[in-house]
Design a protein around this ligand. Structure first.
Ligand SMILES: [Zn+2]
Length: 70
């Protein structure tokens, strides 16, 4: 069964200001943060299947290695 986790968080790129001041912007200049569109808010949404138990592989497995030998 699909579940969705979603929440709003402070945009990490602009620290919630909606403005981005980077290397090229100086003397009081800024550009609208492209990450959040100037809102200062980042909406996180992730859809996932809740883990219940380990599933069987889709086809028959004959040998299992601990790691890829290279
Ligand atoms: Zn931002």
């Amino acid at each position: 069964m699909k579940k969705i986790i979603e929440f709003d968080e402070v945009c990490d790129s602009c620290k919630g200001t909606g403005l981005y001041v980077g290397f090229a912007e100086h003397d009081g200049a800024a550009i609208v943060c492209h990450h959040c569109g100037g809102t200062g808010r980042y909406h996180f949404e992730h859809e996932y299947d809740e883990f219940t138990c380990r599933k069987n592989p889709p086809r028959k497995i004959k040998r299992v290695f601990l790691t890829n030998p290279g």
